[in-house]
Design a protein around this ligand. Sequence first.
Ligand SMILES: *Cc1c(COP(=O)(O)O)cnc(C)c1O
Length: 441
Amino acid sequence: MTRDWCLARDAADPLAPLRALFAMARADADGVIYLDGNSLGALPAATPARVATVVEDEWGAGLIRSWNSAPRPGGPNQGPAGWINLPQIIGDKIAPLIGARAGGVVVADSTSVNLYKILTAAMVIAVARTASPSSGRFRVLSERSNFPTDLYIADTLAREHGCELVLADTDDLPALLDSRVAVLMLTHVNYRTGRMHRMAEITAAAHDAGSLVVWDLAHSAGAVPVDLMGADADFAVGCGYKYLNGGPGAPAFAWAHPRHTAWMDTHDWRQPLAGWLGHAAPFAFTPDYRPGAGMSRFICGTPPMLSLAALECGVDTVLAADSYGGMAAIRQKSLALTDLFIALVETRCGNQGLTLVTPRDAADRGSQVSFAHDTGGYPIMQALIARGVIGDFRAPDILRFGFTPLYTRYVDVWDAVAHLEQVMTTGEWREPRFAVRAAVT
Ligand SMILES: *Cc1c(COP(=O)(O)O)cnc(C)c1O
């Protein structure tokens, strides 16, 4: 492996043209190598103009009329529609990326808020399906290593419903799936280690125990192929600002299997944040609540149009890969990039105390690579960032590197590892300035 070999791979990369869909000129001029698209996707080239159009034309000129009719950006399947339809329109664009059907995905709120709504649905339906609810299913089962917001939300919800959140190590999950478990709540790709669960297998095991499964796709959507319907999953939520490139704080999404939205419809079920825009007829302005059909009930209040416009541009960058092999090509390149990174770090920084925590087996790996370092996790990353190689740090000891096949090049991997080697072998990371902790790590 040489730098030239990496350049040759870039030249032969079928996804290479997609990098032009991102505004990378500033990063390139600054010598930045961006390996943090798993935390905040890069800016799509189309976003600034699109947001400006929404501000100046749709808001400025169209004013309130834009809720009913706002011109849509060009391209296929982008006929005229008002702002009010954007949560479903973008949901329909995300659907094929996660193996959902059209109409099955709604965009709203944040991942945390969506999890609150979706996990409530899962708990209610899991208990309602149990023959004698009192003998019951009173547990939400999750992993101790799950993303904290998921655990906080689940713990709070469980307490509200007189249930309990049970946390286990990953390998102990199957043994804990029993008749007490209402819901198994997992994040598909672990934010810290990059380990990916086998969705279909675990879902089947949960169903065998009579439990329902909620999947958090925050580190999956746009990064790895997901087939919710194929896996017979029950519920999912996911994030708009990571691999979907929707911008900081972008709205998130929610999905429920059609068998569960059918249950919600026949039971007139209302989600816990039953706001007016999830009502069946918001503009009837009746004092009583009637849930909208299917996933539309999961909308609470007025959707944020500027953020949705940016999110749509981000989702479009992933959909653009369809002309170059789609999610299968994204996955293939993702694994090639992460394999290369692992191999280069281990050969060039072999005796520097860096321990791979991401699975070597490609089937168990998302689109990131993490290394643990006993004492230097934070300062090593700060030293890298000072050199323009941007990854991030996750306490207590993880250096995290995300790979976005839409814009990450093989030569970026090579150059990033060259910097890491210098940071490690010169001891540069021990400089006191790199130990100063920022609010966001
Ligand atoms: C990024 C991430 C979130 C983010 O939640 P927000 O509500 O957007 O802050 C939630 N869960 C997981 C697993 C994540 O990786």
